[in-house]
Design a protein around this ligand. Structure first.
Ligand code: IFM
Length: 757
């Protein structure tokens, strides 16, 4: 066994094992050990747990607004609930535990608990395992096995817990319980949109007929005389259906119920689905088991957070809880999408299609603020209407709400989407997507940006005034470098589409959105005259106008000494970071991460050296960006340190669950997906600059070799990289691929290629 840290271990690099039970870690453990399948997430809790242990089954497309402020996904009734008593003594984790372990099996998407307790001279062993089926998204399966060292009488209770954990209010009108065959279910309607959610249990052992409802649980009992050392197996399924997915969720739940034959059959299909995922997305590392399991842990979470059954957003906390409203931020395109784009492009297409389906919401937002085109929501749920409340955090000293302007000033979300559309189209050559959805989105975004920029006649240039870059501690800034460059690149893309698409397609898209020649001339002008900050005499780009005049505090962490209250918010309007150069997260470095080709290596280094000491890394999005840029520059020590920081955010529980009075716990889904970016874009140095694919590896010293697959131009390639050599194996070739390795072009066709570097 290899120790990951503290009580966390791994045996093969495919599992995370914790042998230490700590009730106080319920929030973190419940997230880390959760199961999910992109349709629903079920937190890593135990069957007997209730809401005080943060039990939660979070279901996609179940948005509801219970408190008038936070629209969030609902946590549904818990049909895996059950209890045991053993010779009339109820089992609980507060008993004298002799042995305990909890495992997250990443290979098979399974979570397990093993526990041994001694009650009145009898040893009681319990094994619990469960998975959220990857092949049948509406199903969670659980198997519990109990063995006793002496003959015993076991009373087992099984039911549905309706008294559930929910962060911002209760999302259901009164539930209707029902019976189906030998089991129980509930039908509930959400408050705001009146969506119907059905939850149905299916026990593979028969329970008594009489149903009780006690403290919110609909339950039944069964008493069994158990012989010593003879296992009792209780298998239970939880089925969840939603009227947003099917016309008749009750009928659908019953059909699924009837189709469930055994735990093993569901498990076999589920494992096959996971095998397909890992075949595409796994990263194999030789030489460092802890990094290996860390990477897989993050990839696992990035996958289970991502809806693939229909176009829906990836929540910033995935399906691990309701924090951040189960909705998409820029995280989706900039952090989550690249892994899918290069390994499983169908998923990337679906995510971008979601943005297309929310184009109307983006147009409404633009109109509301008197702009044109598509101003995407900073926090985007089902329809794309803005979910980001005006008041996000509290001033913990005065207890007054703070008016943050994420929803109004982080306009970079729109060009972030446009450049992702283009990258998707370039890497996949999915012209169908471009014609049906992509071009229209990019044009509407360009249209928004054209209405958002300001022409300054005295300087004869366009500027972007009053924005917020990725660094959220500095609101209301002008000419944020990241935003201005993303804007310019969006105009380049939009204008290129006018020539790239065939005449018929471009005509019909232009007609559809009424895109005039005058608008196009304006785009040309903006493209040529938008202000793009250039590096100063030291090679550093100013994050925004006036940033260099702010107080410089190095290292940034020193600013923390100024806190009056540890919970204080650092940003707008007068938090301790606002008038300093201390930044929350990568901003200028985000630009260099996405476009290393824009500046020479010396400039990238100068910027990294300047900004890294000034960055607090208080967003989970930050360390991976610096790690990737550092790795590419061969700053291996820094790159590896920040790689570990990002990789361990969830495993080590390094980020706070509450900030400025708002619950922000749960999985850090962008950081999870960024694990892929750090390895492939960072240490392997893979990059696509809109024209060429390139590779420039710099592996950490403890890694012997690295292996991963990429899907480029509809062809599958396997890469095996060690400290001296790169081996590329074509797996399925549709197109020859030109790849620049350390600057030298190699064409990959049907044969293996080995290159020394
Ligand atoms: O999108 C991020 C933002 O950049 C920093 N705060 C959290 C958001 C959601 O992850």
């Amino acid at each position: 066994m290899e120790t990951i840290k503290k009580h966390l271990k791994t045996e093969t690099g495919w599992e995370v094992i914790n042998e230490h039970y700590d009730k106080m870690q319920a929030i973190t453990e419940g997230s880390n050990f959760m199961i999910g399948n992109g349709y629903l997430g079920y937190r890593g809790t135990f069957f007997e747990d209730r809401k005080d242990a943060y039990v939660g089954c979070i279901v996609t497309d179940s948005w509801d607004n219970a408190d008038g402020k936070w629209e969030e996904l609902a946590t549904v009734h818990n049909a895996l609930y059950g209890t045991f008593s053993f010779n009339k003594t109820p089992f609980s984790m507060d008993q004298n535990i002799l042995d305990y372990s909890r495992t997250l099996d990443l290979l098979n998407g399974l979570t397990k608990r093993g526990v041994k307790v001694e009650i009145n001279d009898t040893i009681f062993t319990l094994e619990e395992e469960k998975f959220a089926s990857m092949s049948d998204k509406n199903v969670i399966a659980m198997k519990v096995q109990i063995t006793t060292s002496k003959d015993a009488v076991i009373t087992l209770e099984s039911g549905i817990d309706t008294d559930i954990w929910s962060i911002n209010g209760h999302h259901f009108q009164k539930e209707t319980p029902f019976k189906y065959k030998n089991d129980l279910g509930t039908i509930s309607k959400t408050n705001t949109y009146e969506d119907t959610i059905v939850v149905l249990e299916k026990n593979m052992v028969a329970f008594g007929k009489s149903v009780q409802k006690k403290s919110g649980v609909h339950k039944r009992q069964k008493t069994i005389s158990l012989k010593a050392n003879t296992p009792l197996v209780w298998t239970k399924f939880m089925i969840v259906t939603n009227s947003n997915d099917v016309l008749d969720p009750l009928k659908e739940a019953k059909t699924i119920y009837d189709s469930l034959i055994s735990y093993d059959t569901v498990f076999t299909a589920h494992c096959q689905a996971w095998e397909d995922i890992w075949n595409k997305q796994d990263i194999q590392l030789e030489g460092n088991m802890v990094d290996q399991v860390g990477i897989r842990f993050n990839l696992y979470h990035a996958c289970i957070a991502t809806p693939t059954h229909k176009p829906l957003p990836i929540g910033a906390r995935g399906l691990s809880c309701q924090a951040y409203q189960g909705a998409a931020f820029w995280d989706q395109e900039v952090f989550n999408l690249p892994m899918f784009l290069y390994t499983n492009p169908g998923v990337a297409r679906q995510l971008l299609k979601y943005r297309y389906l929310t184009l109307e919401g983006a147009k409404e937002k633009a109109k509301k603020h008197q702009y044109e085109g598509a101003f995407y929501a900073w926090i985007s749920g089902k329809t794309g209407k803005e979910l980001c409340p005006d008041f996000f955090f509290k001033d913990v000293i005065t207890n007054r709400d703070i008016r943050n302007h994420f929803n109004l000033w982080q306009i970079h979300i729109s060009p972030d989407i446009a450049v992702s559309v283009n990258k998707y189209v370039e890497v996949t050559k999915d012209e169908d997507f471009l014609i049906k959805y992509g071009a229209e989105m990019v044009f509407e975004i360009a249209r928004f940006l054209a209405s958002r920029v300001d022409y300054k006649p005295r300087r004869d240039r366009y500027e972007i005034i009053r924005v917020q870059g990725p660094d959220e501690y500095h609101e209301n800034v002008d000419n944020n470098a990241f935003t201005n460059y993303q804007t310019k690149i969006t105009f380049d893309i939009a204008l290129s589409y006018l020539n790239r698409l065939d005449k018929g397609s471009i005509r019909s898209i232009r007609d559809k959105i009424d895109l005039t020649d005058d608008e196009i001339s304006l785009w040309e002008d903006i493209k040529d005259k938008i202000y793009l900050p250039t590096p100063n005499k030291d090679g550093v780009l100013e994050q925004f106008e006036g940033y260099f005049d702010l107080e410089s505090i190095v290292p940034a962490s020193k600013v923390t000494e100024r806190l009056i209250d540890p919970e204080e918010y650092y940003g707008w309007p007068n938090g301790i970071a606002v008038f300093t150069q201390c930044i929350k997260q990568a901003d200028t470095i985000q630009l260099l991460h996405m476009y290393p080709e824009l500046f020479d290596e010396e400039t990238v280094k100068a910027n990294y050296d300047y900004y890294e000491p000034r960055t607090l890394h208080f967003s989970s999005l930050s360390p991976s960006v610096y790690a990737t840029v550092a790795a590419r520059m061969n700053y291996l020590e820094d790159g590896y340190r920040l790689f570990k920081k990002s990789l361990m955010i969830d495993l080590m529980n390094t980020n706070e669950a509450v900030s400025g009075g708002t619950f922000i716990g749960g999985m850090h889904t962008a950081a999870n997906a960024a694990a892929w970016q750090m390895v492939v874009l960072g240490f392997a140095g893979f990059h696509y600059d809109q024209h060429h694919f390139s590779l420039k590896p710099h592996l950490p010293t403890s890694w012997k070799s690295l292996q991963f697959n990429l899907n480029l131009l509809q062809s599958d390639l396997r890469f095996l990289i060690d400290h001296h050599q790169i081996q590329i194996t074509p797996l399925k070739m549709n197109n020859p691929i030109s790849l620049f390795i350390n600057g030298k072009e190699v064409i990959i066709n049907h044969k293996d290629v080995t290159i020394n570097y």
